[in-house]
Ligand binder design. Sequence first.
Ligand code: AMP
Length: 442
Amino acid sequence: MIGQETTGAAAAAAAAIAGKRRLTILIENDFESLGVGGKLRRALRDVGYIQPTPIQFQAIPHLLQGKDLLGIAQTGTGKTAAFALPLLQRLDDENSPARPRRPRSLVLAPTRELALQIHEELTSLGRYTGLRHAFIIGGVGQNPQVRALAQGLDVLVATPGRLLDLAAQRHLDLSEVSVLVLDEADRLLDMGFVRDVKRIVAQTPETRQSLLFSATMPQEVVTLAREILDDPIRVDVSPRQITVKEIDQRVVMVGNGDKQRMLEHLLRDDEVSRAIVFTRTKHGANKVARKLEGAGIGAEAIHGNKSQNARQRALRNFKTGDAWVLVATDIAARGIDIDAVSHVFNYELPHEPESYVHRIGRTGRAGATGAAWSLVDPSERNRLLAVERLIRFSPEEMAVELPPRDSAEPRRRPSRDFVRSPRDQRSGTRRRERRRRRQPAA
Ligand code: AMP
């Protein structure tokens, strides 16, 4: 949904949808009809993006016209390319070389993982532009970052803490930032970055183009958006539709003392090819991962107390299949872009219902179906109600019988057959459902 009247290429594209003959033209032109130039289209072909996603379709024409934007979208919607394409195009068209220490644009992200992913996307989409970009994150040495800044950057992707550090040391000057992107603004604020964000924005020129993306719109984000954006276009890609339509959501009521056993039992289902388990705390993530390993289930924990190298290693092991279960806290998992996650398990429900939407959005991506199970103990009933109110839907409560305590369940090897067609996944889910329905209540 766009808050202002649709104009330009977006209007042409929307009009094209109205008639069949014109629709053919739209499909042939795709990104071109949105105004994306030749160098970027070549890169799009390389990475295999053929059709713009809804947020790209709605945002790109306006951003190319220099409008500010408020994007309500989570990771998995294609939001990175939605801002990266017009950003790269604008910088390439302007063709004014970046000066040392004065980046021409800035993308702020809450986590190191998200910053790295944005940087990767910029690298692949910008490969034919010759534009220079780099990322600045904490937890690693600052010298290579200082050197990159000194060379002059067209796009700087950064987490707030290190950015302010380097600015305080005068390695960085934000006075020539012409485009500012705040990605996952709700998470930036959740993580206590509100003052840092405001300090950073204050160092950029008022004439800049500003974009703010957020999966949810709590009052603090609304206030921040008002302060930062000037007459923005509003694009809303509702996560509610995603949660309800594409993800098979289940709840199992279980006593707290039985959660680990229940998790292991559910993970042993053949349908689970790659899973993310969410815990509320870092300590909880370590404990669950350790116990899974002990039970013969290859697992890695990822959370903010781990060094950057340890996090990257955990992600790599998960991507390659050496560990097929990733146990994560909300913050660490935000923005992780891994396809073919067949299942998400909420070992505990999150404090904020919005996090539930983010968590289950790790599965059911790129057109595949996914399944999300929440293990809910009696103390979490109110949290479950809050989630149900938010998503306007009650996930089905399943009765799953646990095997007797002393029975040894089989050790499971990781399946390397990660990518199944959505159809296979669906039929598997139905089979599993039938099996479970036959089982008596625990
Ligand atoms: P994002 O929401 O930016 O994290 O993107 C989610 C995933 O969608 C990433 O793996 C992107 O590479 C992919 N993606 C983004 N845009 C497109 C597109 N137009 N066609 C196909 N895949 C896309």
